[in-house]
Write a protein that binds this ligand. Structure first.
Ligand SMILES: C[S@@+](CC[C@H](N)C(=O)[O-])C[C@H]1O[C@@H](n2cnc3c(N)ncnc32)[C@H](O)[C@@H]1O
Ligand SMILES: Nc1nc2[nH]cc(C(=O)O)c2c(=O)[nH]1
Ligand code: SF4
Ligand SMILES: [Mg+2]
Length: 211
C-alpha cells in the first residue's frame, strides 16, 4: 500500500500523558470527518479542527510507495538520537485511514514505540503501543478501549460522563482552541475540579511555540 503524508517533523509531544517527550510526528493526509477545506467546515461532522491535513506538501510530506520507505523517512527524522527512546506519533487527519500492520511491523523492528491520535471511528490495528482516542460529537465511536481518552471540551451534547465507563487508563479534557479558548479553558478547569477522574490536557506545544 502507498501512504499519503502531509508532513513529518521532530518535536515534543505536546499533549496528554507523553507531553514533553521527544517524538517524530507523522501526519497523514485526509480525514473522514472533514474535507479539510474551509468552505466545508460549517457542514462537517468535526468543525473545530485546528490542523491542516490537506495534500502532501508539508515539511517531510509526500507520497510513500511502501511501508519501508515511510519507516526510513521516520527513522531519518529521529536521526542519531538514542535508539532506545525512539517514539513516533501517528496523527492527521485521521491516521487510521492509512496506518496498517506492515507499517507498524517495520517500525517495531526499528525499535519505535508507536502512538496514535485517533478520532475513534475506526479500530486501531494490533501492535500500536499507545492509543489516544478523541471522540467527536456526531461520529459513532468504535474504538472503545485504549490508553488515553482525550475529549475536546466543550462539545455540544457531549457530556464527559458518558465516556467514564470505557476502558481507558486516563480521562482528559482538552480545552477547545478557537476564538473562545480562554472561556473553554476555564470551563475545562472547573469540570476537572468538580470531577477529579478527569485531568486537564493542555496543548503545550502551542504555549511554547513549537510545532
Ligand atoms: C488534529 S487531531 C488528528 C487526530 C484525529 N483525527 C483526532 O481527531 O483525534 C489531533 C488532536 O487534536 C485535537 N484537536 C483538534 N482540534 C482541536 C481544537 N480546536 N482544540 C483542541 N484540540 C483539538 C483532536 O481532538 C485530537 O486529539
Ligand atoms: N507538538 C505537538 N503535539 C501534538 N500532539 C498531538 C498533536 C496532533 O496534532 O495530533 C500534536 C501536534 O500537532 N504537535
Ligand atoms: S477528526 Fe481529527 S483531523 Fe479530522 S477534522 Fe476532527 S480534529 Fe481534525
Ligand atoms: Mg495538532
Amino acid at each position: 500500500m502507498s501512504y499519503a503524508v502531509k508532513e513529518i517533523f521532530l518535536t515534543l509531544q505536546g499533549e496528554g500523558y507523553f507531553a514533553g517527550r521527544t517524538a517524530v510526528f507523522c501526519r497523514f493526509s485526509g480525514c473522514n470527518l472533514w474535507s479539510g477545506q474551509e468552505k466545508d467546515r460549517a457542514t462537517a461532522i468535526c468543525q473545530f479542527c485546528d490542523t491542516d491535513f490537506v495534500g502532501m506538501d508539508g515539511s517531510g510530506g509526500g507520497r510513500f510507495e511502501d511501508a519501508n520507505s515511510l519507516a526510513i523517512a521516520i527513522e531519518k527524522h529521529w536521526g542519531e538520537r538514542d535508539t532506545s527512546y525512539r517514539f513516533v506519533v501517528f496523527t492527521g487527519g485521521e491516521p487510521l485511514l492509512q496506518l496498517d500492520k506492515s507499517l507498524i511491523d517495520v517500525l517495531k523492528k526499528k525499535g519505535f514505540f508507536i502512538a496514535v491520535e485517533t478520532n475513534g471511528t475506526m479500530l486501531v490495528p494490533k501492535g500500536v503501543d499507545w492509543i489516544c482516542v478523541s471522540p467527536k460529537q456526531g461520529a459513532a465511536l468504535m474504538q472503545m478501549h485504549g490508553d488515553e481518552l482525550k475529549l475536546v471540551y466543550p462539545q455540544e451534547a457531549m457530556n464527559p460522563q458518558k465516556f467514564e465507563s470505557l476502558s481507558f487508563k486516563s480521562f482528559r479534557l482538552q480545552p477547545r482552541d478557537d476564538e473562545q479558548r480562554d472561556k473553554h479553558l476555564r470551563q475545562a478547569i472547573q469540570y476537572c475540579q468538580d470531577h477529579p477522574k478527569w485531568y486537564l490536557s493542555l496543548q503545550t506545544h502551542k504555549l511554547i511555540g513549537i510545532p
